[in-house]
Design a protein around this ligand. Structure first.
Ligand code: G3P
Ligand code: MG
Length: 262
């Protein structure tokens, strides 16, 4: 599989939420701007009220949309994504907060749009599924995401990751050919290798502060690819790649050439 082969190489750059240093994160523009500057793209996915998969990082809308400026939505404070219907989400603007210009708007990006984009542009995509337990059942989340991927004929072009590891287990039961990676922050799971084998994941994506050479070597020897987020410093990127880390998630894509020539 082409994406798995790529993910096992060392020195990869993932565009974290698209090219988010130069465009509004998780928008189509951010995806477009990352082409040619990364090895694959990372986006975050969660659901609207009726369960439509949309591309958004925060579980509330205030930081990356104009929701707080729309009087009719005041009653929906604190503006949780899962409290908004897809039509309401489509009515918001995802660009002016970033450009600091009310006239510079960007539309909502749905998972379907993102999948269509990566197929057209022949680029790989890491879809991070946000933790939605307590709102949607694990089965419903996985079924919806997997269905979108299959409908777009994109099974070979995506990697699914999540901090909610239950999703990853279900994905491998329902769609064993789709690549998965366990996301962790702050602390490794107990008996790490056994844990990852049980989840049947292909890789392990951890935060920068948690990385030690020994763990990276152990994971790579056991056949897992290793990704590290978020790395915006080329000296640190070089250090991580020298430990055997496969990919870094970066906001700062102009580092690609610098890092690759190190
Ligand atoms: O998938 C890596 C990284 O995106 C995880 O953290 O909070 O930026 O989604 P976050
Ligand atoms: Mg993410």
């Amino acid at each position: 599989m082409k994406f798995l082969k790529l993910l096992n190489q060392i020195g990869l750059i993932a565009a974290h939420r698209g090219a988010r240093s130069i465009s509004p994160e998780n928008t189509l523009t951010a995806l477009k701007k990352s082409i040619g500057k990364c090895d694959f793209i990372e986006i975050d996915v969660q659901f609207s009220r009726e369960g439509v998969a949309v591309v958004m990082h925060d579980d509330t809308l205030e930081r990356t949309t104009n929701v707080a400026k729309i009087d009719s939505f005041v009653s929906k404070k604190p503006y949780k994504v899962c409290d908004f219907t897809i039509d309401e989400l489509l009515a918001l603007d995802y660009g002016s907060w970033f450009y600091k210009d009310e006239n510079h708007k960007e539309p909502l990006l749905t998972l379907r749009d993102a999948l269509e984009f990566i197929k057209e542009n022949d680029i790989f995509l890491n879809i991070e599924i946000k933790d939605m337990h307590g709102i949607f059942s694990d089965e419903e989340v996985v079924d919806t995401v997997v269905k979108e991927i299959k409908n777009s004929d994109a099974s070979e072009s995506v990697l699914l990751s999540s901090f909610r590891h239950e999703y990853l287990k279900i994905i491998k039961e329902k769609a064993p050919n789709i690549l998965t990676a366990a996301l962790v922050e702050g602390k490794h799971p107990h008996r790490l290798l056994e844990y990852l084998r049980e989840l049947k994941v292909n890789g392990y994506n951890l935060n920068n502060e948690l990385v030690e050479r020994q763990t990276v070597e152990m994971l790579r020897e056991a056949g897992f690819f290793v990704g590290v987020y978020t790395v915006n410093d080329s000296a640190r990127a070089k250090e991580l790649f020298s430990m055997g880390v496969n990919s870094i998630f970066s906001d700062s894509l102009n580092k690609k050439l610098e890092v690759n020539s190190l």
